[in-house]
Design a protein around this ligand. Sequence first.
Ligand code: HEC
Length: 119
Amino acid sequence: MHKWIMAGLMSLAGLLAVILLLTAMPAKEAGEGGGAFTVPDREVDVAASTQIYQNMCISCHGTDLQGGVGPALANVGASLSKEQLYKIISGGRGVMPAFKDKLTEDEIITITTWLSSLK
Ligand code: HEC
């Protein structure tokens, strides 16, 4: 009898450990300065990206990505990697505001993937 209870407890602990690991992982990946951080590969979603751009970025980066308050983004994918783009959009830089609290992780990856394709 005692053996069964122990076995039950052990597997429960194991299960908990796996759940903890799984839920902790994305947060760690998105963390600042994580050397091994990579933006997952996605299909470019132009419609969703331009929607986000129009809502959040157009005022500073211009109607045609030509720049204004912020620099032109028309071929920013040629000079910045996906990871660099993600970091700037998520965490901000200088006058450029951070968007990690204004956009979801998914939206940041969407617009990052699109900007990265503009070369
Ligand atoms: C309040 C104005 C403002 C808004 C809104 C804004 N940006 Fe910026 N952005 C800037 C400024 C200013 C810089 C230059 C930052 C610096 O000096 O390092 C910049 C820089 C950037 C860069 C780096 C460009 C380069 O060539 O180094 C990217 C990429 C970028 N912004 C993307 C975005 C995206 C995507 C959005 C919308 C989600 C956005 N920005 C919204 C002002 C803004």
